[in-house]
Write a protein that binds this ligand. Sequence first.
Ligand SMILES: Nc1ncnc2c1ncn2[C@@H]1O[C@H](COP(=O)(O)OP(=O)(O)OP(=O)(O)O)[C@@H](O)[C@H]1O
Ligand SMILES: [Mg+2]
Length: 320
Amino acid sequence: MCRRVGSSEMAPLIVCKQVVKAYKVDDHELVALRGIDFEMEKGEMVSIIGPSGAGKSSLLNLLGGLDTPTAGQLTVDGQNLLNMKGRKLADYRLRQVGFVWQNVSRNLLPNRSALRNVTLPMMMAGVSPWARAKQARELLDAVGLSDKANQRPAALSGGQQQRVAIAVALANQPILLLADEPTGALDRQSAAQVVELLQTLRERYGLTILLVTHDLEVAAHADRVLTLRDGALGQDMSKRGDDGPRMDDAGSIKLPETVRSVLSDASHISVEIRPEGVLLRPENEADEVMTMGDTLMDAPPPPRRRFGWLRRKSAQKVQQ
Ligand SMILES: Nc1ncnc2c1ncn2[C@@H]1O[C@H](COP(=O)(O)OP(=O)(O)OP(=O)(O)O)[C@@H](O)[C@H]1O
Ligand SMILES: [Mg+2]
């Protein structure tokens, strides 16, 4: 699979300027995005985290050409998405951007094998049968599922289905991969495999990846982690500040807003001491039911940390 060369190697791949998205609901407007300013370089992997209703999917839908901004400027690879219509827009969605959704059934057609799911977007793009079979096999190999090529989705695990979904998203060699909570329905081990696969594919194919997730461990695999709350983008959580919060004598720490926004939806917060530091993890009842059988020994090794850790050696300074 060859890498598409964009209109300008130096310009950012994504430029959002004051992007607003308002939906008409009955007789009023619901503003989902309130002036988003945001850029992504080619080859970057960025995670967006934020509570439910923050506008994460709305932003991904705009970037994927599935919806139109109400105001602002939005360019991807030098193309103004506000001016894109009809055939050009359909072509953008088919060839330049790939989607992976949380809902596995939205990603794959149930009555087609894994291989035929991957060949479908290529068929729509007019790729020859020989070339699409070759490309689909290469992609299934890249996601580690060559041996499942002839299986239908129902015969695959959730994690395997998401890996096929990634192969489908990459079928027409997009430059941008948008993933909306791709690990949301997976257990922790499968989630770690999927996000590690995304990293591998990014390097292999020169992809730019924007990943929406509720999972801090998944988010931490990205180069940058941004927060979205009430339609506004917050600071880059991977950047470190010198004036972080301090722990008082009673052991209380006032966490920064960016961290609070991640933890706010949790029914409770688990605290784990790890070699790297202390991990605060939002938990909810549903997760507990799913992971009750897990043991600590089964837990995947901690991924590279970029943020979210209260470092032991500077416990009084939380780095953002
Ligand atoms: N098609 C639509 N019509 C009307 N309102 C919408 C539409 N899509 C989203 N919204 C509203 O816009 C806001 C942002 O929704 P969005 O789906 O982008 O949130 P989200 O951050 O992806 O949430 P979640 O984590 O639950 O998926 C919400 O208040 C939602 O109800
Ligand atoms: Mg969403």
